[in-house]
Design a protein around this ligand. Structure first.
Ligand code: THG
Length: 281
């Protein structure tokens, strides 16, 4: 299955057959005080620098999250989108729980972007799905609903199916729904990663959808986060993950190595290209 996204001109195809597409996570105020302070001053240089660094590290898509307490993201999200698209031609993944902020950003965005995210709650589906349909966007579907987060992979699959069916009835194409199996901190629950891996496998087999996840979530609260994130990423790709939200500066080497090993990189072209690009720096 193929999900096509675009920037101003540049098209990116997320294909369940691979190779893995990287959604850069770094435009996110979590633990980035400087992002909050610069945006509060109306200064976009740092957000542009975060974008440029991730593009250099081979991000294919950029997640854009500018939500923090006290900010009016109905204003800030579209302004950030404009600034990013003034300088770079890359598809965007608009990351906000506020459907009004998403809609305001969709009014100014060029190309076809990804909405991050809808979940199985009635309120969420009712507010995000019509917006995605109206603006022709693809959407990330989180496998949680009005009953919260379940630890049963079959129930997560059922929620994915529910959102997918509702989206299709709203007029959104099946391939424009990317499923998020929910990656949670392993420090809080020893089985958290196994539940996610089982969910990925089920969704891959039963729905054949493209699959994303916040790949750095699992390592919150632990040392050696990079190593944990990489180990989990490799296993998740094998299970069916196709477009992780991750830090490309930390993860691209492992992603290229995994694609090569899985027979998705003829003559190691992408692997070597990435190696050469890191050597020059
Ligand atoms: N699913 C979907 N969207 C998501 C998530 C998800 N969006 C947000 C989040 N989870 C993914 N993004 C991040 C961004 C940053 C970090 C983790 C997940 C992170 N940052 C470092 C920290 O907190 O220590 C700081 C920055 C860094 O060192 O790079 O870990 O699950 N659909």
């Amino acid at each position: 299955m193929k999900t096509v996204l675009s920037g101003k001109k540049n098209e990116v195809i997320i294909n369940t057959e691979g190779p893995v597409i990287i959604i850069g996570e770094c435009i996110n105020p979590t633990r980035r005080k400087k992002l909050v302070s610069t945006l509060q001053e109306g200064n976009f240089e740092y957000v542009l620098e975060l974008a440029g660094n991730q593009i250099d590290a081979m991000a294919d898509i950029l997640d854009v999250n500018v939500g923090f307490p006290g900010v009016d993201d109905v204003k800030l999200l579209p302004e950030t989108v404009k600034q990013l698209q003034n300088r770079y031609d890359i598809p965007l993944c608009l990351d906000s729980p506020n459907s009004r902020a998403i809609e305001a950003a969709l009014k100014v965005v060029l190309g076809k972007c990804l909405i991050n995210s809808v979940n199985g709650e009635e309120k969420s589906m009712n507010s995000f799905l019509p917006v995605a349909k109206e603006y022709g966007s693809a959407i990330i579907a989180l496998t949680m609903d009005d009953e919260g987060i379940t630890h049963d992979p079959f129930k997560r699959l059922a929620i994915a199916e529910k959102i997918l069916n509702r989206a299709v009835r709203t007029g959104i194409r099946e391939e424009d729904v990317i499923i998020d199996p929910l990656a949670m901190a392993i420090s809080a629950d020893p089985q958290a990663c196994m539940v996610t891996l089982e969910t990925i496998k089920l969704i891959h087999e039963k729905l054949g959808s493209n699959i994303t996840q916040g790949a750095s979530n699992i390592s919150f609260g632990l040392p050696s986060r990079e190593m944990l994130n990489i180990a989990f990423m490799v296993l998740a790709i094998r299970a069916g993950l196709t477009c992780p939200i991750a830090n490309p500066e930390k993860i691209t080497s492992a992603v290229r190595a995994t694609d090569l090993i899985l027979g998705r990189d003829d003559f190691a072209m992408r692997f070597v290209e990435h190696y050469e690009s890191t050597k020059q720096n």
